[in-house]
Design a protein around this ligand. Structure first.
Ligand SMILES: [Zn+2]
Length: 291
């Protein structure tokens, strides 16, 4: 939504061939001037290959073959992953999920959060579109407090009935310390200029924009509420400002876990951010707490 001035930032010469400068500016400024190609020593090591902290290969998943891009972020030092499907092309309106690592939900399918369901739904949405990126950010466990602390908050939730926010603050922990800079850097590295973000979290939209990524639209990624995750989803709606309209009816949905309201593939061509591709960005004045 916001316009980003290209001042001080030249076109990104890394990654796949992007569009030539045409006056519309690059994908967005890198506020701190850091890009992934500066992530490692440029020692040719006699191989002629530059060590940049980025490596990629094909990765065959059950759903499709994605381009697997692993990268070591030069700022947070974590090794992250991006899965790319199809041709990014002009880099406009790319369907993107920026997913925070949650080993309990993503790997083991824990039902107390919706992370695993969202991860799979996002891949399905990208596959349906035939083009997009999923950025998987490590070091984001428990909104950045780490796995051990996350499990400590879970204990407080179970034993004292605290929600996801109060259980963190009761332990003296921050509610959300996730950094989306690595996502912005890998999106820029791949030539992405604007995104349609699969997320229910307006704060994530703002965070990406602060890192210079234009968010043309936010596409809801709603997974079914059920007995095990309703309390968590309700806290995300009421305490963290997530847009979860499917909870407005109150109790758990009758839908099976994993059911998802998938976004519709974009229609037409060249109609960037056209209608029918999910919610437009909310009003800046909409009330959100935390995050
Ligand atoms: Zn989770």
């Amino acid at each position: 939504m916001s316009e980003h001035s290209p001042e001080g930032s030249g076109p990104n010469g890394s990654g796949p061939a992007g569009p030539e400068p045409d006056g519309s500016g690059p994908a967005g400024p890198e506020p701190d001037g850091i890009d992934l190609d500066g992530a490692g020593p440029s020692d040719a090591n006699g191989t002629g290959l530059k060590h940049t902290g980025v490596a990629e290969s094909d990765l065959v998943l059950r759903r499709a073959t994605f381009r697997c891009v692993a990268f070591r972020d030069p700022v947070d030092g974590h090794e992250h992953l991006a899965l790319v499907l199809g041709e990014i092309g002009d880099g406009e309106d790319v369907l993107v999920r920026v997913h925070s690592e949650c080993v309990t939900g993503d790997v083991f399918g824990a039902l107390r959060c919706e992370c695993g369901d969202q991860l799979r739904a996002a891949l399905d949405a990208i596959l349906a579109e035939g083009r997009g990126m999923l950025v998987y950010l490590r070091g984001h466990e428990g909104r950045g407090i780490g796995l051990v602390n996350k499990v400590r908050t879970q204990l407080l939730q179970d034993e004292r009935g605290l929600d996801t926010v109060d259980s963190a603050t009761a332990l003296g922990l921050p509610v959300d310390v996730r950094d989306y800079g690595p996502a912005a850097r890998v999106l820029r590295h791949r030539g992405v200029r604007s995104v349609r973000l699969l997320s229910n979290n307006p704060a994530k939209v703002r965070a990406l924009e602060e890192h210079g990524i234009k968010v043309a639209a936010r596409v809801p990624l709603l997974v079914a509420a059920h007995a095990d995750n309703t309390r968590y989803l309700t806290a995300k709606r009421d305490r963290l400002g997530h847009d979860l309209p499917h909870l407005n009816g109150g109790g758990p949905s009758a839908e099976a876990p994993g059911a998802t309201r998938a976004p519709q593939p974009r229609s037409g061509s060249g109609a960037h951010g056209g209608s029918g591709t999910g919610n437009r960005l909310p009003d800046p004045g909409s009330a959100e707490a935390g995050e």
